[in-house]
Structures are given as C-alpha cells and as structure tokens.
Design a protein around this ligand. Structure first.
Ligand code: 13P
Length: 255
C-alpha cells in the first residue's frame, strides 16, 4: 500500500475549451471524492481553460497546473504565456520539458532549465518531464540521456535552494516510446531507472521536497503493476485520464 501518491492528469489538446469546462463540471463531485489523505490530484487543462478550471476547483483539494510556460518574463513574445500570469491566478504547478513540447518547439535542455528557473522564481512547482527516445533505449543510452536532461536543472538548484524551500519538485519519467503507444517498460527497466532517479535526488532530501512520477500509457489495467514499482510515487497520465471512469480506476487501484 502506497501513501502520498500524486496523480497528474495532462489533458494535452484532446478537448476544446468548452469540452474541458464540461468535463470538469460534470465530474466535479466525483473528482473531489477521489482526493483523500493518500493521494493528490493535479489537473492540467489547456491554457485557455486554465483560469476557469482553477476557479471551478477553488477551495477544493484538486490542484491545477499548466501544460507549459514561457522562458521569458514578459514583453514582445507573441503567443507565449508568462509564469507571472500563473502566479497571479494562483496556479501552483506547471509541466515543463514534455517530449511533445520539446519536439514541437525544438526546446533544448537549457531552454527547459530556464523555464525551471522562471517557475521557482515565481513560487510555482515544476513538473519536469524527462525521458528517452526508442533509439536511445535500444542503444543502451537511457541514463546518459536522463543525465543530460537533468544536469542543467541540478546546476540551477545548486544556487536556488532557498527558492525551492516551499515548493515541491515533481520529476516525471516519461519514455517517449511509451507515450500514447500502449507499451510500458518492464519491471527491471523501471526499477533500475527509478532507483537511479531516487539516488540522484535523495541526496538533496534535506533541501528539497521531490516526487518521482511515471508517465506513458498508464491505464486501469497497468496502474496496479506500476504503483507497485519501488520509488514510483505518482503518475503523469494523458489519454486515459480524460475518461473519468478509467481515471477513477487508476486512482483507486493499488492504493
Ligand atoms: P499517455 O498517457 O496518453 O501515454 O500520455 C502520457 C503523457 O504524455 C502524459 O504527459
């Protein structure tokens, strides 16, 4: 039985903003019922719905996060959304470094580290996504890839422990080849990666609060297996989290 399990629902761009509001309001009571002392739920709708969904769940135990943020503070950056806006709206979390935004916007690890830095400046907890491509896995380079993705983040943390004091750092290991494919890594592979991640972050335990999550094709069938992998303390879920019945099963399984 695992305590303090964090479940993040990444709505990506599956629904339009009207459908997102409908999904949130129709399932409002049931979402609230899913939270308890053992689990934490964070919903990440699209930018356009962020404020409204945050208002809907205000004063409840459901948290709201953004799916991305700008590296820039403010200014002439057409189409970007500032971290300062999240701060003013009371948004407490933001995903950064998702493989879909890395791919779409050709983001480098440095770009993502800059977003990390911007978020902690404004008191927003980063949900940092990392993960390898299939070719990198096949070449046995997974830990090298993760090291490269994490190094600039560790450098920022070295000089920012005071800012991280009141924040939670969420690290989501999402193998790119698993996202949306229905395929998940096997037990040995996951145990190896999560024990490596745990080792890397546990040295900072007296300085930061961190949570390790798994993301990639999580569903009601594999949730129990994944929850029982040592050092996995949460999920970052895409598609299955938009079917409320399935999401409910994922949250309830194995807890
Ligand atoms: P799926 O759960 O749809 O595979 O997506 C995972 C993901 O990318 C969550 O951020």
């Amino acid at each position: 039985m695992k305590k303090n399990f964090t479940i993040i629902s990444n709505w990506k761009m599956y629904l339009d903003t009207i459908e997102e509001l409908k999904f949130a309001t129709i399932n409002y009571d049931n979402f609230i019922k899913l939270t308890n002392s053992e689990n934490k739920i964070i919903l990440c709708p699209s930018f356009l719905s962020l404020n409204s969904i945050n208002q809907i769940f205000k004063s409840t135990d459901i948290f709201i996060g953004a799916q991305n943020c700008s590296t820039h503070l403010n200014g002439n950056f057409t189409g970007q959304i500032s971290v300062e806006s999240f701060n003013k709206l009371g948004i407490k979390y933001s995903i950064i470094g998702h493989s879909e935004t890395r791919r779409e916007f050709k983001e480098s690890n440095i770009d993502i580290a800059n977003k990390f830095s911007r978020l902690i400046d404004f008191g927003i907890s980063p949900i940092l996504c990392i993960g390898e491509e299939l070719e990198e896995k096949k070449a046995g380079k997974t830990l090298d890839v993760l090291t490269k993705q994490l190094d600039p983040i560790f450098k920022i943390m070295e000089n920012s422990y005071n800012k991280l004091n009141h924040l939670e750092l969420l690290i989501a290991y999402e193998p790119v080849w698993s996202i949306g494919s229905g395929i998940i890594p096997d037990q040995d592979y996951l145990e190896n990666i999560f024990s490596w991640l745990h080792k890397n972050f546990s040295g900072l335990r007296n300085k930061i609060v961190f949570t390790l999550l798994y993301g990639g094709s999580v569903n009601a069938e594999n949730a129990k297996f994944l929850k029982n992998i040592k050092n996995i303390n949460g999920f970052l879920i895409g598609k299955s989290s938009l079917d409320f019945q399935e999401f409910e099963k994922i949250v309830k399984y194995g807890i």
